[in-house]
Write a protein that binds this ligand. Structure first.
Ligand code: DQA
Length: 143
């Protein structure tokens, strides 16, 4: 089985971008963490794009290829009906992750379109949130 771990705009800079908010670990560290957490029996496909349409296309691809999706939509969380609609077309479990505690931040980060579809939402655990999300997808899809 495969778990898609999708990452939205600016997360390519994870580790360098506002480290006081997002930490010093990189997307490579996230990938390793997800692999180690999922264990054997699951493949991790970690993807990042700065482009909304690319994220939508990967969610469509996941319809055929993924047992579940872990998604940090980044800024698209707060803006994208297109990402929400794509996730509505995916049948497996979806867990939404935010590295930072978005509810402690600006009001515009408090609303998430993606949460209308997500089966779980994690915020403020740093990159550990991706491990928790991966563990949950495994739990919901094994057997
Ligand atoms: C984020 C929070 C979003 O508000 C922000 O736009 C991001 C990252 C997080 O992981 O904390 O780019 O999704």
């Amino acid at each position: 089985k495969t778990i898609y771990v999708l990452n939205g705009p600016n997360l390519n800079l994870l580790g360098k971008r506002q480290p006081e908010i997002y930490g010093r670990e990189t997307l490579e560290d996230v990938e390793k963490l997800c692999r180690d957490t999922a264990g054997t029996g699951y493949d991790i496909r970690l993807l990042q794009s700065n482009h909304e349409g690319q994220i939508v296309d990967w969610i469509h691809e996941a319809r055929e290829k993924a047992a579940g999706i872990v998604i940090n939509p980044a800024a698209l969380t707060h803006t994208s009906v297109a990402v929400l609609d794509a996730l509505h077309a995916f049948e497996g479990p979806v867990i939404e992750v935010h590295i930072s505690q978005v509810h402690k931040r600006e009001a515009f980060r408090h609303h998430s379109y993606v949460s209308l579809r997500a089966d779980g939402v994690i915020a403020g655990l740093g990159i550990e949130g991706y491990a928790a999300a991966t563990r949950r997808i495994v739990q919901l899809t094994q057997g």
